[in-house]
Design a protein around this ligand. Sequence first.
Ligand code: GDP
Ligand code: MG
Length: 439
Amino acid sequence: LTERLQGALSKLRRKGKVTEADVNQAMREIRLALLEADVNFKVVKDFIKVVKEKAIGTEVLESLSPAQQIVKIVDEELTKMMGETAVPLNKSPKIPTIIMMVGLQGAGKTTTAGKLATYLIKNEKARPLMIAADIYRPAAIDQLKTVGEQVGAPVFEMGTDVNPVEIVRQGLAQAALQKNDYVLIDTAGRLQIDEALMQELADINDLARPNETLLTVDAMTGQAAVDVAEGFNSRLDITGVVLTKLDGDTRGGAALSIRAVTGKPIKFTGQGEKLNQLDVFYPDRMSSRILGMGDMLSLIEKAQEDYDEQKAVDMAEKIKENSFDFNDFLDQMDQLQNMGPLEDIMKMIPGMANNPQLKNIKMDPKDMTHMKAIVQSMTPQERENPDLLNPSRRRRLAAGAGRPIVEVNRMIKQFNQSKKMMNQMSKGNFNGMEGLMGN
Ligand code: GDP
Ligand code: MG
C-alpha cells in the first residue's frame, strides 16, 4: 500500500516552474548516475553546469514532475553533446576507401575490421581487402585470416618479417589491381601507448592517407579509455571512434567523455564477439543508457497520457486538510493501475533500476484488485468517513469483497497510517518518511 502511495505522492510535489532546489536535488542524482557510468569527472562537472543553467526557471510541462523535466533536459543535452545524430563513414570519391584501424592491444581492432567488412558486404555489396599489418604477434595474422574467411573477404599478408609500412604499400597496390572498393588496414597495438608504436602508425598513416582512421576503444576500461583516446588523437589524425564491448555491463559513460575530450565522433559500437555485432552509434540511445533510465522517456510519455493534473491538485489539497478519504484512495489506485505495473514504472526512474530496495518491494497487481474490492464494498458514508468502520462493518466488507477480515483490518490500518504521514509531509514534516518508504 505505502509503496503505491509513494509513486503518487512524488507526483503531488509538482510546481509550475522548476526551482533551484528541484534542480539541485536532481543534479545530485544525475551527477552520481554519470560518475557511476564512468563519465570523466571533469566532463561531468562541465555538463552539470550547462544543464543547471538550462533547467532553472524552465516551465514544467503540464504533466511532468520537475525531476522528470530535468531528466528530459539532461537527456537532450547528453544527446547533443555526443553529436546529436549518427555520423556515417567517410568515403573516398574514387575507390578504394581506406580505413585504418588503430588502438591498444585487445581493444578489438581485428574483430572490428571483420565486423566492418561484414557490414560493408551486407549493406553495400562491397568487395573489401583486409591488410594484415600487425606483425608482432604471429597469431594476429592467423586471426585476421580466419576472420577474412568467415566474412568472405581476402586478406593481404606478408608474414612477420616485412616492415608494416611496406606491407601496407604492397597491399594497396594489390587492392588497386583487384579494384577493391574498400581497404581495411589492421595494425598492431600495445598494452600501453608508446612512441615506437605511434611512429609506426604515423608512418602508415602518411603512406596510406586513409579516409578513416578509426580508433578502437574498449568501453569496459571506463576512465582509462579517455586517456587512450587523448593519446592517440594527439599523434594521429583520428577521424572516428569505435567503442567496443558495450555488450558488457558497462554503462558507456566513456562514450560521452571521449567525444567531449577529443571532439571526434563515435561512429560504431561493438556489441559482442560475433562478426555481425556491430551497430551504428546513435547518441540518443547512448544517452538513455548512460542515464540508466531504462526507458525514462516512455515513462514521461505515460505520465503525459495518464496523469490527470486537476485530480492531483485536488488531492494535494485534501491531504493538507486531512480529508483524504477512501474515494480519493480509489482514484489513486485507478490512476496507478492505468500506468501499468508499478514495478515497471519504478524501474524507469533513474537510480531506481539498481536500487536494492526495489527488489524487496513486491507489488502484486492482485493485491491492488483486492484492496479495490474492499473499498468498493464500502457505503458512500464509510468511504468519506473511515472512522465509521467498526468491527461489524468490517466483517461486512470482508464478506462483500470475499477477503479475510485480517486483510480488511490491515488495509484500514495502513490507510490511516499513510494518511497521517501524508498530512505531516504536506506540512513539511518529513519525519516518518522512512517508515513510509520501508513499509
Ligand atoms: P585487437 O588486439 O585490438 O585486434 O583485439 P581483438 O580484435 O583481437 O579483440 C580482443 C578480444 O576482444 C577478442 O577476444 C574479441 O573477441 C573481443 N571483442 C572484440 N570486440 C568485442 C565486442 O564488441 N564485444 C565483446 N564482448 N568482445 C569483443
Ligand atoms: Mg589484432
